[in-house]
Design a protein around this ligand. Sequence first.
Ligand SMILES: NC(=O)c1ccc[n+]([C@@H]2O[C@H](COP(=O)([O-])OP(=O)(O)OC[C@H]3O[C@@H](n4cnc5c(N)ncnc54)[C@H](OP(=O)(O)O)[C@@H]3O)[C@@H](O)[C@H]2O)c1
Length: 216
Amino acid sequence: MSKIALFGASGTIGSRVRREALDRGHQVTAVVRDPRKITEEHPALTVVTGEVLDAASVAAVAEGHDVVVSAVGGGDGPGHQATIKPAAEVLVEGLRSLGTDAPRLIAVGGAGSLRTPDGAQVWDADGLPEFVLQIMHAHGDALDFYRTVGDVRWTCLSPAAQIEPGERTGRYRTAVDDLIVGADGQSRISAEDYAVALVDEIEDPRHVGERFTVGD
Ligand SMILES: NC(=O)c1ccc[n+]([C@@H]2O[C@H](COP(=O)([O-])OP(=O)(O)OC[C@H]3O[C@@H](n4cnc5c(N)ncnc54)[C@H](OP(=O)(O)O)[C@@H]3O)[C@@H](O)[C@H]2O)c1
Protein backbone atom coordinates (compact mmCIF):
# COMPACT_ATOMS: atom_id res chain seq x y z
CA MET A 1 0.00 0.00 0.00
CA SER A 2 1.35 3.42 -0.98
CA LYS A 3 0.39 6.78 0.46
CA ILE A 4 -0.38 9.00 -2.51
CA ALA A 5 -0.88 12.78 -2.48
CA LEU A 6 -2.82 13.61 -5.64
CA PHE A 7 -2.96 17.14 -7.05
CA GLY A 8 -5.73 17.60 -9.61
CA ALA A 9 -7.78 14.86 -7.94
CA SER A 10 -11.02 16.49 -9.09
CA GLY A 11 -10.04 16.54 -12.77
CA THR A 12 -10.78 14.20 -15.66
CA ILE A 13 -7.50 12.30 -15.42
CA GLY A 14 -6.91 12.89 -11.70
CA SER A 15 -10.30 11.46 -10.74
CA ARG A 16 -9.50 8.25 -12.69
CA VAL A 17 -6.16 7.99 -10.90
CA ARG A 18 -7.98 8.50 -7.61
CA ARG A 19 -10.48 5.72 -8.41
CA GLU A 20 -7.79 3.28 -9.62
CA ALA A 21 -5.55 3.90 -6.62
CA LEU A 22 -8.40 3.48 -4.11
CA ASP A 23 -9.65 0.33 -5.85
CA ARG A 24 -6.14 -1.13 -5.56
CA GLY A 25 -5.89 -0.51 -1.84
CA HIS A 26 -3.75 2.61 -1.77
CA GLN A 27 -4.27 5.52 0.58
CA VAL A 28 -5.08 8.72 -1.30
CA THR A 29 -4.84 12.31 -0.14
CA ALA A 30 -6.79 14.30 -2.70
CA VAL A 31 -5.32 17.80 -2.91
CA VAL A 32 -7.83 20.30 -4.26
CA ARG A 33 -8.37 24.01 -4.21
CA ASP A 34 -12.06 23.58 -3.44
CA PRO A 35 -12.82 20.51 -1.29
CA ARG A 36 -16.52 20.70 -2.22
CA LYS A 37 -15.53 19.32 -5.63
CA ILE A 38 -14.94 15.87 -4.14
CA THR A 39 -18.01 14.41 -2.48
CA GLU A 40 -16.84 10.78 -2.51
CA GLU A 41 -16.40 9.14 0.87
CA HIS A 42 -13.96 6.25 1.18
CA PRO A 43 -12.06 5.01 4.24
CA ALA A 44 -8.72 5.40 2.40
CA LEU A 45 -9.49 8.86 0.98
CA THR A 46 -8.66 12.16 2.66
CA VAL A 47 -9.48 15.47 0.99
CA VAL A 48 -7.24 18.43 1.79
CA THR A 49 -6.89 21.93 0.43
CA GLY A 50 -3.67 22.71 -1.41
CA GLU A 51 -2.19 24.84 -4.14
CA VAL A 52 0.23 23.41 -6.67
CA LEU A 53 1.75 26.84 -7.33
CA ASP A 54 2.84 27.31 -3.70
CA ALA A 55 5.96 25.38 -2.65
CA ALA A 56 5.10 25.56 1.05
CA SER A 57 1.67 24.09 0.31
CA VAL A 58 3.24 21.33 -1.80
CA ALA A 59 5.69 20.46 0.98
CA ALA A 60 2.98 20.49 3.64
CA VAL A 61 0.66 18.11 1.83
CA ALA A 62 3.45 15.91 0.44
CA GLU A 63 5.13 15.22 3.76
CA GLY A 64 4.61 11.67 4.95
CA HIS A 65 3.53 10.36 1.53
CA ASP A 66 5.35 7.88 -0.69
CA VAL A 67 4.42 9.57 -3.94
CA VAL A 68 3.00 12.84 -5.17
CA VAL A 69 0.96 12.64 -8.37
CA SER A 70 0.20 15.83 -10.28
CA ALA A 71 -2.68 15.78 -12.74
CA VAL A 72 -3.06 19.53 -12.83
CA GLY A 73 -3.67 21.76 -15.78
CA GLY A 74 -6.98 21.48 -17.29
CA GLY A 75 -9.61 22.94 -19.44
CA ASP A 76 -9.38 23.02 -23.18
CA GLY A 77 -9.22 26.74 -23.54
CA PRO A 78 -6.59 29.44 -23.48
CA GLY A 79 -4.83 30.00 -20.16
CA HIS A 80 -4.42 26.32 -19.32
CA GLN A 81 -0.76 26.35 -20.36
CA ALA A 82 0.09 28.99 -17.77
CA THR A 83 -0.07 26.44 -14.93
CA ILE A 84 1.98 23.64 -16.42
CA LYS A 85 5.64 24.63 -16.26
CA PRO A 86 5.29 26.73 -13.06
CA ALA A 87 3.58 23.75 -11.42
CA ALA A 88 6.51 21.52 -12.37
CA GLU A 89 9.00 23.97 -10.91
CA VAL A 90 7.04 24.52 -7.71
CA LEU A 91 6.36 20.80 -7.17
CA VAL A 92 10.10 20.13 -7.42
CA GLU A 93 10.90 23.06 -5.12
CA GLY A 94 8.39 21.87 -2.53
CA LEU A 95 9.60 18.26 -2.65
CA ARG A 96 13.25 19.31 -2.60
CA SER A 97 12.59 21.14 0.67
CA LEU A 98 11.69 17.78 2.25
CA GLY A 99 15.21 16.49 1.61
CA THR A 100 15.94 12.80 1.47
CA ASP A 101 12.50 11.92 2.86
CA ALA A 102 10.74 13.53 -0.11
CA PRO A 103 8.17 11.39 -1.91
CA ARG A 104 8.73 10.63 -5.56
CA LEU A 105 6.80 12.66 -8.12
CA ILE A 106 4.73 11.39 -11.02
CA ALA A 107 3.43 14.17 -13.27
CA VAL A 108 0.82 13.87 -16.00
CA GLY A 109 2.53 15.18 -19.12
CA GLY A 110 1.56 15.99 -22.66
CA ALA A 111 1.81 14.16 -25.98
CA GLY A 112 3.11 17.11 -28.01
CA SER A 113 6.79 16.36 -27.65
CA LEU A 114 6.48 12.66 -28.54
CA ARG A 115 8.16 11.45 -31.74
CA THR A 116 5.84 10.43 -34.55
CA PRO A 117 6.48 7.50 -36.92
CA ASP A 118 7.78 9.93 -39.58
CA GLY A 119 10.42 11.27 -37.18
CA ALA A 120 8.73 14.60 -36.45
CA GLN A 121 7.07 15.50 -33.16
CA VAL A 122 3.32 15.59 -32.52
CA TRP A 123 3.40 19.39 -32.22
CA ASP A 124 4.82 19.66 -35.77
CA ALA A 125 1.50 18.56 -37.30
CA ASP A 126 -0.23 21.04 -39.59
CA GLY A 127 -3.35 22.83 -38.48
CA LEU A 128 -3.08 22.59 -34.69
CA PRO A 129 -4.91 25.49 -33.03
CA GLU A 130 -2.63 28.04 -31.36
CA PHE A 131 -3.88 27.31 -27.83
CA VAL A 132 -3.28 23.58 -28.30
CA LEU A 133 0.27 24.32 -29.44
CA GLN A 134 0.77 26.47 -26.37
CA ILE A 135 -0.38 23.66 -24.07
CA MET A 136 1.82 21.13 -25.89
CA HIS A 137 4.88 23.37 -25.62
CA ALA A 138 4.14 24.18 -21.98
CA HIS A 139 4.31 20.41 -21.30
CA GLY A 140 7.47 20.26 -23.40
CA ASP A 141 9.00 23.04 -21.32
CA ALA A 142 7.98 21.27 -18.10
CA LEU A 143 9.59 18.06 -19.36
CA ASP A 144 12.79 19.93 -20.29
CA PHE A 145 12.80 21.27 -16.73
CA TYR A 146 12.25 17.84 -15.16
CA ARG A 147 15.16 16.52 -17.19
CA THR A 148 17.46 18.96 -15.37
CA VAL A 149 16.35 17.64 -11.95
CA GLY A 150 18.59 15.08 -10.31
CA ASP A 151 17.72 15.43 -6.65
CA VAL A 152 13.97 14.71 -6.75
CA ARG A 153 12.77 11.35 -8.07
CA TRP A 154 10.46 12.40 -10.90
CA THR A 155 8.56 10.59 -13.62
CA CYS A 156 6.50 12.20 -16.36
CA LEU A 157 3.76 10.12 -18.00
CA SER A 158 2.60 11.43 -21.37
CA PRO A 159 -0.79 10.24 -22.56
CA ALA A 160 -1.36 9.14 -26.14
CA ALA A 161 -2.45 11.97 -28.45
CA GLN A 162 -6.09 11.37 -27.51
CA ILE A 163 -7.15 10.64 -23.94
CA GLU A 164 -10.80 10.55 -22.99
CA PRO A 165 -12.98 8.89 -20.39
CA GLY A 166 -13.84 5.40 -21.57
CA GLU A 167 -13.37 1.76 -20.71
CA ARG A 168 -10.94 0.28 -18.21
CA THR A 169 -9.46 -2.66 -20.09
CA GLY A 170 -6.28 -2.95 -18.02
CA ARG A 171 -4.33 -3.30 -21.28
CA TYR A 172 -1.93 -0.71 -22.56
CA ARG A 173 1.45 -0.34 -24.28
CA THR A 174 4.28 1.90 -23.18
CA ALA A 175 7.18 3.62 -24.91
CA VAL A 176 9.71 6.20 -23.81
CA ASP A 177 9.68 9.05 -26.31
CA ASP A 178 7.74 7.59 -29.25
CA LEU A 179 4.04 8.21 -29.81
CA ILE A 180 2.11 4.95 -29.57
CA VAL A 181 -0.09 4.53 -32.63
CA GLY A 182 -2.62 1.76 -33.23
CA ALA A 183 -3.11 -0.27 -36.40
CA ASP A 184 -5.77 2.22 -37.45
CA GLY A 185 -3.24 5.07 -37.27
CA GLN A 186 -4.85 6.56 -34.15
CA SER A 187 -3.00 7.32 -30.96
CA ARG A 188 -5.30 7.00 -27.98
CA ILE A 189 -5.78 5.76 -24.44
CA SER A 190 -8.80 5.84 -22.18
CA ALA A 191 -8.36 7.92 -19.03
CA GLU A 192 -9.12 4.72 -17.09
CA ASP A 193 -6.29 2.73 -18.72
CA TYR A 194 -3.97 5.71 -18.36
CA ALA A 195 -4.72 5.55 -14.62
CA VAL A 196 -3.95 1.81 -14.60
CA ALA A 197 -0.53 2.53 -16.12
CA LEU A 198 0.15 5.33 -13.66
CA VAL A 199 -0.76 3.23 -10.62
CA ASP A 200 1.32 0.35 -12.05
CA GLU A 201 4.27 2.78 -12.12
CA ILE A 202 3.59 3.63 -8.46
CA GLU A 203 3.58 -0.05 -7.51
CA ASP A 204 6.51 -1.03 -9.70
CA PRO A 205 8.76 1.96 -10.45
CA ARG A 206 10.35 1.54 -13.87
CA HIS A 207 10.68 5.11 -15.08
CA VAL A 208 12.27 7.16 -12.32
CA GLY A 209 14.06 10.14 -13.87
CA GLU A 210 12.43 9.79 -17.27
CA ARG A 211 9.29 10.39 -19.30
CA PHE A 212 7.29 7.52 -20.68
CA THR A 213 4.08 7.32 -22.61
CA VAL A 214 1.09 5.03 -22.70
CA GLY A 215 -1.26 4.08 -25.52
CA ASP A 216 -3.78 1.36 -26.26
N1 LIG B 1 -2.97 14.09 -25.01
C1 LIG B 1 -2.46 14.93 -24.09
O1 LIG B 1 -1.30 15.33 -24.14
C2 LIG B 1 -3.34 15.40 -22.97
C3 LIG B 1 -4.72 15.31 -23.10
C4 LIG B 1 -5.52 15.71 -22.02
C5 LIG B 1 -4.91 16.25 -20.88
N2 LIG B 1 -3.55 16.36 -20.82
C6 LIG B 1 -2.93 16.97 -19.64
O2 LIG B 1 -3.34 16.26 -18.47
C7 LIG B 1 -3.47 17.18 -17.38
C8 LIG B 1 -4.85 16.98 -16.73
O3 LIG B 1 -5.85 17.21 -17.71
P1 LIG B 1 -7.40 17.01 -17.36
O4 LIG B 1 -8.11 16.97 -18.66
O5 LIG B 1 -7.58 15.89 -16.39
O6 LIG B 1 -7.72 18.39 -16.66
P2 LIG B 1 -9.03 18.84 -15.83
O7 LIG B 1 -10.10 17.84 -15.92
O8 LIG B 1 -9.36 20.24 -16.23
O9 LIG B 1 -8.47 18.88 -14.33
C9 LIG B 1 -7.43 19.73 -13.97
C10 LIG B 1 -7.18 19.63 -12.50
O10 LIG B 1 -6.11 20.53 -12.16
C11 LIG B 1 -6.45 21.18 -10.97
N3 LIG B 1 -5.72 22.45 -10.88
C12 LIG B 1 -5.58 23.40 -11.84
N4 LIG B 1 -4.84 24.41 -11.38
C13 LIG B 1 -4.51 24.09 -10.09
C14 LIG B 1 -3.76 24.73 -9.07
N5 LIG B 1 -3.18 25.93 -9.29
N6 LIG B 1 -3.59 24.11 -7.86
C15 LIG B 1 -4.17 22.91 -7.62
N7 LIG B 1 -4.89 22.24 -8.56
C16 LIG B 1 -5.06 22.84 -9.76
C17 LIG B 1 -7.94 21.38 -11.08
O11 LIG B 1 -8.44 21.62 -9.81
P3 LIG B 1 -9.68 22.58 -9.53
O12 LIG B 1 -10.83 21.64 -9.47
O13 LIG B 1 -9.33 23.21 -8.22
O14 LIG B 1 -9.77 23.55 -10.67
C18 LIG B 1 -8.38 20.03 -11.66
O15 LIG B 1 -8.54 19.08 -10.64
C19 LIG B 1 -3.26 18.58 -17.97
O16 LIG B 1 -1.96 19.01 -17.67
C20 LIG B 1 -3.44 18.37 -19.46
O17 LIG B 1 -2.68 19.28 -20.24
C21 LIG B 1 -2.75 15.94 -21.83
